[in-house]
Design a protein around this ligand. Structure first.
Ligand code: SAH
Ligand code: SF4
Length: 440
């Protein structure tokens, strides 16, 4: 989501005549987009800004420095007290105002801007995209923000405080943005939201048993020239029957689901306020796998939530072994201020969290690698996104189930859907050979 917000700000500024600087030392404006989900991300952004401020003061005193994103929202004015060289602090509902505020600052109309107010309609303001570039996935795949905020208030999470309550865009608006992207050559869209599958739950009525989210997917599915639809991040509780059964009838909806489970222990899930049980989660994964075999299932897990016992942790290990996630992002619990979990008893010592994190990583890595090996010898449908970031002599694309595939090939394949025969696999990536068949 942050990546998408950064893109929208860059596109907004380019439309005003700004250009992208080759590096920080030549930039007239440096905006840091910040994440507050974990403390380490905040510290990294603060250190980065401190070092930028030092360089700017010495070499380019007219350069404007700004923070945007969740930390800008939650800390506001406090950031300027801490780092007085900062000129702009832009809250999460204000990023569409970046250009206007920078104009004010450059023209000397204002000396500093801190704006973290809520703004009605801001959920519909993240719509600009950068123009196509052929050497990476920009131009072939695109993110589309369909809503902002979250109402779930998981007890560990700062997002509802930094991004505000859930607000959704309307279906026509989103479809028009997707259509514009496809007209510009985009082949795959990823619909974005904190609980993307609770989109429009309150604002848009169900129709023929179909939730607002399924109505939206169907409308996007109709766009000619669009090959693939993804969405992230769904919440297990947003997977109604209608969404599960969509995987069986909407071919552009790829067989991939990122389903953050957070823990395998019902006791932890309750304390986290996640709204599902382990059994319900497993049932959901089974339902999805039954509707679409080969569906890729990824997850997020928090290790060391307050009060997590050895037994709770064992439940998470056993869930991973049972479900066999294709990909698991593991996070060490990080205390976030003003969240209910921050004042829960039995906060775990760092060493124990480290130890459990390393143990779980070993288990999930092994499962992921074994699953990748199973692809060797199979033909997979790959959307070619551009040249490989690591080796610019080769092409890179993704399977429908979201595996990265690297293979030999030239310019003409970029943006095409090819069948690629998988020949080998490393820890994270598949390598293959394109078959002659072009599936476009
Ligand atoms: N809306 C999404 C995820 C948003 S944050 C969802 O509900 O699934 C992305 C991930 O960061 C979360 O899934 C969680 O695993 C992790 N996370 C959030 N708060 C955290 C915290 N305080 N400490 C550690 N990890 C956290
Ligand atoms: Fe945070 Fe929970 Fe909302 Fe996800 S669903 S953003 S983890 S509060």
């Amino acid at each position: 989501m942050n990546e998408r917000d950064s893109e929208a700000v860059a596109a907004q500024l380019m439309a005003k005549g700004y250009g992208v600087a080759p590096d920080e030392s030549q930039a007239d404006v440096i905006l840091l987009n910040t994440c507050s989900v974990r403390d380490s991300a905040e510290q990294k952004a603060l250190n980065k800004m401190d070092s930028l401020a030092g360089q700017v003061r010495k070499h380019r005193p007219d350069t404007l420095l700004g923070f945007m994103g969740c930390m800008a929202q939650s800390r506001g004015e406090e950031l300027i007290d801490q780092l007085p060289d900062v000129d702009l602090v832009l809250g999460t509902q204000k990023i569409h105002r970046a250009g206007q505020y920078l104009d004010d600052l450059f023209a000397g109309r204002r000396e500093r801007v801190v704006d973290t107010d809520a703004e009605k309609g801001s959920e519909a303001a993240i719509r600009e995209h950068l123009p196509e570039t052929k050497n990476n996935s920009a131009g072939i795949t695109a993110f589309v923000s369909i809503m902002q905020g979250c109402n779930q208030f998981c007890t560990f999470c700062i997002v509802p405080y930094t991004r505000g309550r859930e607000r959704c865009r309307n279906i026509e608006d989103i479809v028009a943005e997707c259509r514009g992207l496809v007209d510009d050559g985009v082949k795959e869209v990823t619909l974005l939201g904190q609980i993307v599958n609770s989109y429009g739950k309150r604002e848009i009525e169900s129709k023929d048993g179909k939730s607002a989210f399924v109505q939206l997917i169907e409308a996007v599915h109709e766009i000619n020239g669009l090959e693939r639809i993804r969405f992230t991040s769904p919440h297990p509780k947003g997977y109604g029957k209608d969404l599960v059964e969509s995987y069986g009838r909407l071919p552009k909806l790829v067989e991939n689901a990122h389903l953050p489970v957070q823990s395998g222990s019902d006791r932890m899930l309750k304390l986290m306020h996640r709204g599902y049980t382990r059994d319900r989660f497993v049932e959901l994964v089974n339902q999805l796998r039954a509707v679409r075999s080969g569906i890729g299932v990824g997850t997020d897990i928090i290790v060391g939530f307050p009060g997590e016992t050895e037994e709770d942790f064992e439940h998470t290990l056993s869930l991973c072994k049972q479900v066999k996630f294709d990909n698991a992002f593991l996070f060490k619990y990080s205390k976030r201020r003003d969240t209910p979990a921050a004042s829960m008893p039995d906060q775990l010592p760092e060493e124990l969290i480290e130890e459990r994190h390393a143990h779980l990583m070993e288990v999930t890595d092994e499962i992921r690698q074994r699953k990748l090996q199973d692809y060797i010898g199979r033909r997979m449908e790959v959307l070619v996104e551009g040249y490989s970031r690591r080796n610019t002599e080769r092409l890179e694309g993704r399977t429908r189930c979201n595996k990265i595939v690297i293979f030999e090939g030239g310019d003409r394949f970029i943006g095409q859907v090819l069948e690629v025969e998988i020949e080998s696999a490393t820890k994270t990536t598949l390598y293959g050979n394109p078959a002659i068949i072009n599936l476009n």
